[in-house]
Design a protein around this ligand. Structure first.
Ligand code: AMP
Length: 342
């Protein structure tokens, strides 16, 4: 397939109409870095679909005009990066194409109130409404099978998952783990604004999150105040640092096995976010299904891949039944059963 650059929504609709096959869609705001590359190449290597990358700086998700104007624009380089990492087509619309004046088909959406009333949503009013509006508009134009999103923007990922569920769109979200730079800080288009000393602060911030994750494994608890104090001692300006449930974004509870530690800091003019997941124990995954459907095969493979303990409960029941028959034990005799179980 020939690589194409599409600039107008009508061109996109024409291209879409003549297409055979499904689309993997990777929306971006440009200034592509290795994190974006990972999204594009993962999509390319996952299936035989057509890979469409969009580059559009969405004015609706910026509260501040200067921030919008300062957003890095590197379109020629972005085109090279996208194509060389597996894009088949690139959609680069103008603002008027995405938001034509007086077009009744444009719906201005509100993000889930529950999910956007935490973390960045609290500090950036309207931001996630803007994200939902542009993504919904793009999805209606592109009609993809798969939507590739980065976990770096965890709250955005949850909000878009919710949007797709609420709108009952038949689109699978594929989320890609945060890609980090050599020094551990999450790659972001805004990193180019950072001075050497600001970068050092971010490194300290990300390191602290990872340290908290390591300590949590042992101590099973977190001391937010202590971390905040440590960050403040480095004169890091913290916008928030919160410990939440990873899916509802409500306060983490004692019984949560997995929780989210997420923070945002300001370095000069640049605002950066990062997060880690805290786990009390390794996950337990139960797989059920009809006989002969491949439960054991799949479970064994998953356990190997995730380095988890493989527990074949079916085999346990069979082993017990075998022993009871062999020893001639009546299954109604509970005491005997308990002894044999030991
Ligand atoms: P952006 O261009 O910043 O709007 O990002 C476009 C997509 O790339 C979003 O789904 C982001 O979550 C994702 N993304 C940005 N940075 C990273 C990263 N460092 N690792 C993984 N995904 C990322």
């Amino acid at each position: 397939m020939k690589n194409v650059i599409i600039r107008k929504t009508e061109e996109l609709e024409n291209w879409r109409r003549n297409l055979r096959g499904e689309i993997n869609f990777i929306p971006t705001m440009g200034n592509l870095h290795d994190g974006h590359k990972k999204l594009i190449s993962t999509a390319k290597n996952s299936n035989f679909n057509i890979n469409l990358v969009s580059i559009f700086i969405n004015p609706l998700q910026f509260e501040n005009k200067d921030d919008l104007e300062d957003y890095p624009k590197t379109i020629d380089n972005d085109i090279k990066i996208a194509f060389s990492n597996g894009a088949d087509a690139i959609f680069i619309p103008s603002t008027i194409d995405i938001y034509p004046l007086n077009d009744k088909n444009i719906f201005y959406l509100k993000a889930s109130e529950e999910l956007s009333s935490a973390l960045c949503g609290l500090r950036r009013p309207g931001h996630f409404d803007g994200v939902c509006t542009v993504v919904y508009r793009l999805l209606n134009l592109v009609k993809p099978k798969n939507l590739y999103l980065g976990e770096k923007d965890w709250q955005q990922l949850l909000i878009l998952k919710n949007l797709i569920a609420v709108k009952k769109l038949n689109i699978d979200i594929k989320s890609i783990p945060t890609h980090r730079d050599f020094d551990g800080i999450p790659l972001s288009s805004r990193n180019i604004h950072l001075s050497k000393s600001e970068r050092k602060l971010i490194r300290f911030f990300s390191n602290e999150l990872f340290l908290a994750k390591k300590n949590f494994k042992i101590e099973k608890k977190i001391n937010l105040k202590k971390i905040i104090k440590k960050l403040q001692s480095k004169k890091i300006s913290i916008e928030y640092l919160e410990h939440l449930h990873p899916h509802t974004l409500q306060k983490a509870r004692l019984e949560d096995n997995i929780s989210l530690l997420a923070g945002a800091i300001r370095c000069g003019e640049t605002r950066l976010i990062d997060h880690v997941f805290l786990m009390k124990r390794r996950p337990i995954i139960a797989i059920d299904g009809p006989a002969g459907s491949g439960k054991s095969t799949v479970t064994k493979l998953i356990a190997k891949k995730l380095k988890l303990l493989y527990l074949d409960t079916g085999a346990m029941y069979r082993a017990l039944s075998w022993l009871m028959i062999k020893e001639n034990i009546d299954y109604k005799k509970e005491k005997k059963l308990q002894n044999i179980l030991k």
